[in-house]
Design a protein around this ligand. Structure first.
Ligand code: ZN
Ligand code: ZN
Length: 261
């Protein structure tokens, strides 16, 4: 299985997951044209996706999911509460995403399938989910837009080979940053986003013997610095004795190489 982050941050999030000939897209938060440039940069051909999944209805994740699914003749999987959103209705094939469930998504060719686990997160768009993807004995987890650390969620997503984890904000940068107090309270208030330190706590609970690559994701450009997030992740991994784990920073404006899970 391969995972490739095409875009990550408050302007738009999108990640590609491929297992055998089954290709999934998780979120499509950039405008369609910007996304299609990234699909081309990732080497994707005509109608590349079998399924498009959306973690939640915030536009930095959902903006183009319906359009991308339609142009790829893929099925869009969105939670029931989101099926009537204009961005969802652009898809031709819509499926109800089961929350807190395990299910299998088949490639159109029916040759391969990826197993998916959706896990409900505390975030101020109801419902918001994290995903674990399983294929060929390997596991990748995408966990962003999480309001606060939660040991039960960590248990359910424990020990992936590749982990995409949000490191959204730094307390000092938040205090001195441009956000008004109400927005600061929204982000830090338990249903917003994880700080670097909170992400470190989740990393501590999620990391197991299989983890080989951590991708630091959804880094705020206004209330965080990539270097601060990176240092926090590295400190946590050192403390856990996981010196071999590769740590990569995701970017808003550039796709990352595909990672072999
Ligand atoms: Zn987001
Ligand atoms: Zn969100």
């Amino acid at each position: 299985m391969h995972l490739q982050v095409l875009s990550s941050g408050s302007e738009g999030n999108s990640t590609l997951v491929r297992g055998g000939d089954c290709t999934l897209l998780v979120d499509a938060g950039l405008p369609r044209i910007a996304l299609e440039e990234r699909f081309a940069a990732a080497g994707l051909g005509h109608e590349p996706f079998d399924h498009v999944l959306v973690t939640h209805g915030h536009l930095d994740h959902a903006r183009s999911v319906g359009l991308v699914a339609r142009r790829s003749r893929a099925t869009l999987h969105a939670a029931d509460a989101q099926l009537s959103h204009p961005w969802a209705k652009r898809a031709k094939q819509l499926a109800s995403l089961r929350v807190d469930a395990r299910f299998e998504l088949q490639a159109r060719s029916h040759q391969d399938a990826i197993e998916v686990e959706s896990v409900l997160l505390p975030h101020d768009c109801d419902p918001t989910v994290a995903f674990a993807f399983l294929h060929g004995g390997r596991k990748a987890v995408i966990l962003t837009d999480m309001g606060r650390p939660d040991p039960d969620i960590a248990k359910r997503l424990h020990d992936p080979h590749v982990l995409v984890l949000e490191f959204n904000w730094d307390p000092e940068r938040m205090r001195c940053g441009p956000y008004p107090p109400m927005l600061q309270r929204r982000i830090t208030g338990g249903r917003g986003h994880l700080s670097n330190e909170q992400a470190g706590l989740m990393l501590e609970r999620l990391a197991g013997p299989n983890l080989h690559t951590l991708l630091i994701a959804h880094i705020s450009q206004k209330t965080n610095l990539p270097q601060l997030a990176l240092e926090c992740a590295q400190r946590t991994l050192q403390r856990l004795g996981l010196h071999h784990v590769r740590v990569l920073l995701t970017e808003q404006h550039r796709i990352l190489p595909a990672i072999e899970v």
